[in-house]
Design a binder for this molecule. Structure first.
Ligand SMILES: [Cu+2]
Length: 312
């Protein structure tokens, strides 16, 4: 009897401490329709966003946390907007329903599955709302933390790939793939590629031999991505970013629309090298979907850490 009581007491303590470690995280996103530069030369388009950026703010929590979420819609907006979090389970008619300009919706949910998840607008037409930039990334770190099969990276970057259509493309044209202009990487064509765009100023950076973790999300509305590091190999890939879904030594990984993966690359440690991280579908690569990763000893120590996972 005494033994049973003790076990019950121990179990309760364990449950309470696991619960106590889980955090409640407040997240507010504001839907905003704004003019944004869509390339490194500064050409702008009318885009629809969360918080005025493409992608929207990076949200990062730990498995088991609760997100207290607020969606606001700027009163200057013309459209109704909504949120669709892939990282949770909801009622599509309730939490995901659109809200009018100047209004607010709140809901809470617990994140049960680790990984890298898309959030996006689900308002009609979804094709137009997503292809005008209404998407972002949510990283849910596993509650076990780093393990042998999910080692700690030296740097981390988020790359989110979306479509660019001509500004006047209607929802119907976007859905049909008409008036397609190219690929946006974190909001700009050839954002991190000075090789193909002389106006590009930023690149991903690491030191030789570092483990660089890429959180890659495909926000294109209808097209698959063929994700490949030119002059490199994906050391490990985790489908959906879940540590249980590991693959080794991959050359190219298929990422469907509205999916995400984690892919690690480790450069040679004895020399400086560069990689071109591409969507190897040439239609995508040569229209904006190339990112340079420089591996050299003068890598900026801040890049790939803290607030610099999405380079803006
Ligand atoms: Cu929207």
């Amino acid at each position: 009897m005494k033994h049973l009581l003790l076990s019950a007491l121990l179990l309760t303590t364990v449950l309470i401490s696991a619960e106590a470690m889980a955090a409640t995280v407040n997240v507010t996103l504001t839907a905003r329709e704004v003019d944004l530069p869509i390339d490194n030369a500064g050409h702008t388009q009318r885009m629809w966003t969360y918080d005025g950026t493409i992608p929207g703010p990076l949200i990062r929590v730990t498995q088991g946390d609760t997100i207290n979420f607020t969606l606001k819609s700027d009163s200057a907006n013309k459209e109704s907007h909504s949120i669709d979090f892939h990282a949770g389970r909801f009622d599509v008619m309730d939490e995901f329903a659109p809200i009018k300009p100047g209004t607010t919706r709140k809901f809470s949910y617990k994140v049960d599955y680790p990984g890298v998840w898309i959030y996006h607008c689900g308002s009609d037409s979804m094709a137009e709302h997503i292809s005008r930039g209404m998407y972002g990334a949510l990283i849910v770190d596993p509650k076990e933390g780093y393990t042998k099969d999910f080692p700690k990276p030296d740097r981390e970057y988020v790359l989110m790939q979306g479509d660019l259509f001509q500004n006047d493309a209607t929802a119907k044209e976007r859905t049909a793939g008409l008036k397609w202009e190219g690929v946006l990487i974190n909001g700009k064509k050839f954002h991190y590629d000075p090789v193909h765009d002389q106006n590009a100023e930023i690149m991903l950076e690491s030191k030789p031999g570092e483990r660089v973790r890429i959180y890659y999300l495909n926000a294109m509305i209808s097209e698959w991505s063929s994700f490949h590091p030119i002059a490199g190999i994906w050391d490990r890939v985790w489908d959906n970013g879940n540590p249980k879904n590991m693959r080794y030594g991959m050359q190219t990984v298929s990422v469907p629309p509205a999916d995400g993966i984690i892919a690690d690359i480790v450069s040679p440690s004895d020399r400086s090298t560069a990689n071109a991280i591409v969507d190897h579908d040439m239609h995508h690569a040569l229209n904006g979907g190339i990112t340079i990763l420089m591996n050299s000893n003068d890598a900026d120590p801040k890049k790939g850490h803290g607030d610099e996972l999405i380079l803006r």
